[in-house]
Ligand binder design. Structure first.
Ligand code: IPE
Ligand code: IPE
Ligand code: MG
Length: 241
């Protein structure tokens, strides 16, 4: 969604995005398998949803699996695919009680059938919930998202529905996954790295970025509040004075 600085409620954080990194290192420190690290990570996502709901954050987007994560071992990829289905089986009822709407962004074409079924069911059964929208980036890549938007726009241009020189940023943004969601105000990355790793490349244009060494399974209320306090002290100028 494209907005100008004036239309924003400055200081209020509506959309939080989190790069949930560090599950592997968390497990390694404890001599546990990476799979257990991911399981603890998934449990922590449930905690984060509740914390965000309590703090009246409207949108929470989390990076769960990137288009590059297929490079990992077949065992780890398989575990991550199974985890998404297990997560919804385990927490479906609680997500409903909490009024949490689910949405998935990413490329669904080469996902296992059970994952697609989980995704579709979670989205369909939660579409009328209003407390918090949890957006899970799964098999997501910012570059792929932008290329897909370019592809569908070029079809419209070829069909004569729009003229190529009429194309605007707003029209382009309408072809991205989150066309009805405000851009993220704050992107938090756990695990200490200082990069986006192909997350929300378009939407991150004016997001505040916050990196914390804490590994994802250890990121709790105190760490979230430290990030939110830091955000409150930022001056967002959007290129203005
Ligand atoms: C993040 O944790 C979860 C995914 C990328 C799926 P990692 O698995 O990347 O954990 P580290 O970075 O190896 O510690
Ligand atoms: C980013 O973490 C992706 C997710 C958290 C899902 P990675 O661990 O894949 O990123 P890099 O490899 O450190 O850039
Ligand atoms: Mg990592």
């Amino acid at each position: 969604m494209i907005e100008n600085a004036e239309s924003r409620n400055e200081g209020v954080l509506r959309h939080l995005a989190v790069i949930m990194d560090g599950n592997g290192r968390w497990a390694k420190k404890r001599h546990l398998s990476r799979e257990i690290g991911h399981r603890r990570g998934a449990e922590n996502l449930r905690t984060l949803c509740i914390l965000c709901r309590e703090r009246k954050i409207q949108y929470l987007t989390v990076y769960a699996f990137s288009t590059e994560n297929w490079k990992r071992s077949a065992a780890e990829v398989g575990a991550l695919m199974r985890l998404i289905t297990l997560f919804f089986r385990k927490y479906a009822e609680e997500l409903e009680q909490e009024g949490i709407r689910l949405q998935f962004i990413g490329d669904r074409t080469n996902l296992p059938a059970h994952v697609i079924e989980t995704i579709e069911q979670a989205e369909e059964s939660s579409k009328d919930r209003r407390m918090l929208r949890l957006i899970i980036a799964f098999n997501y890549g910012g570059r792929r998202e932008i290329v897909e938007a370019a592809r569908s726009l070029s079809l419209e241009i070829l069909a004569g529905a729009i003229r190529h020189d009429d194309l605007t940023e707003q029209m382009f943004a309408q072809h991205l996954y989150l066309s009805d969601v405000p851009d993220p105000d704050l992107i938090v990355r756990t695990g200490g790295e200082m990069r986006l790793s192909n997350f929300l490349l378009w939407q991150a244009a004016y997001a505040e970025f916050y990196s914390v060494d804490c590994l994802w399974p250890d990121f709790g209320a105190a760490e979230l509040d430290a990030a939110l306090d830091d955000y409150k002290r930022r001056h967002r100028r959007f290129g203005g004075r």
